[in-house]
Design a protein around this ligand. Structure first.
Ligand code: ATP
Length: 263
């Protein structure tokens, strides 16, 4: 398969190619021979039950774990051969434990930038996740949701072509979740590719051009959300019509406002 000509850092076509990836942990076949492509500028999600192999797959593409067999390329670069070059092109949402607790948010972003040898202006990054006013606060004083939003801002310090988000909105309130959705849409408009995992089907439907559904380490379906829904309906599925003009989330947003609330 010819790879390097159609996954360069510029142009159109696939920016990620995954071919026959496998990873086993003892008795568990976490990833079982999966292949897929992500097109440049797509928002693409891996969906699947707990333990279906989503994080393992994503971390292999990021160069954080090694595959037993199969290959992955990002922008034409073979992750196995050159994980450092791949890391320059991607943004990854780090766990809270990756950040120095006592550093201020602006300092943390500048420090992360220095790892990539880029000079970072913390203000627009913090602004995007509504944390501009906390730039002089230390990381440890943030709430759980604020830490999560900060981690998303931090994934952009190197101006990446591809952003990986692992369950980016788990545990966030509805306002913060919408802020992250808007951010992902902005990244897409900027031409970035976004790869995420999520357990929220509503989130996948709102954001994703295509999704791959994983189960027991395999991809069992891959298409746009609308196509998958149409396929289900064409198999005879139908749901009892329940016409309700609002949801509990609408009630919550009506009571507490649509903008983020900080105390
Ligand atoms: P979740 O939705 O719960 O985050 P996931 O789809 O991301 O799950 P993975 O984290 O990729 O799934 O895990 C796939 C399988 O591999 C699971 O059975 C998990 O227990 C196992 N696994 C993952 N990492 C390791 C590891 N470092 N050592 C041993 N087993 C592992």
């Amino acid at each position: 398969m010819s790879i390097t000509n159609n996954t360069s850092t510029k142009g159109t076509g696939p920016i990620i190619i995954v071919e026959e990836l496998r990873k086993r942990y003892g008795d568990i076949q976490a990833v079982d021979g999966i292949s897929f492509e992500v097109q440049r500028g797509e928002v693409f999600a891996l969906l699947g039950p707990n333990g279906s192999g989503k994080t393992t797959t994503v971390e292999i593409i990021e160069g954080m774990r090694s595959a037993d067999s199969g290959r992955a390329w990002v922008a034409g670069i073979d992750v196995r051969n050159n994980p450092k070059a791949v890391k320059q092109l991607i943004g990854v949402q780090l766990q809270s434990s990756a950040f120095f607790e006592h550093l201020k948010l602006a300092e943390l972003l500048r420090m992360l930038g220095s790892i990539y040898r880029v000079k970072v202006d913390p203000d627009p990054l913090l602004e995007a996740v509504d944390l501009a006013e906390r730039k002089s606060a230390s990381f440890r004083t943030l709430s759980g949701g604020q830490k999560q939003r900060f981690a998303i801002a931090a994934s952009l310090v190197n101006d990446p072509d591809v952003v990986f988000l692992d369950e980016p909105t788990t545990g966030l309130d509805p306002q913060a979740r919408r802020l992250i959705w808007d951010l992902a849409k902005t990244w897409k408009r900027d031409g970035r590719t976004v790869v995420l995992t999520t357990h929220y089907m509503e989130e996948a439907e709102e954001l994703c051009d295509r999704v791959a559904v994983m189960d027991s380490g395999k991809i069992i379906a891959m298409a746009s959300p609308a196509q998958l829904i149409d396929q289900l309906i064409s198999r005879g599925f139908h749901r009892e019509q329940e016409v309700r003009l609002a949801t509990l989330e609408d009630v919550f947003l009506d009571l507490t406002g649509r903008s983020l609330r900080e105390f």
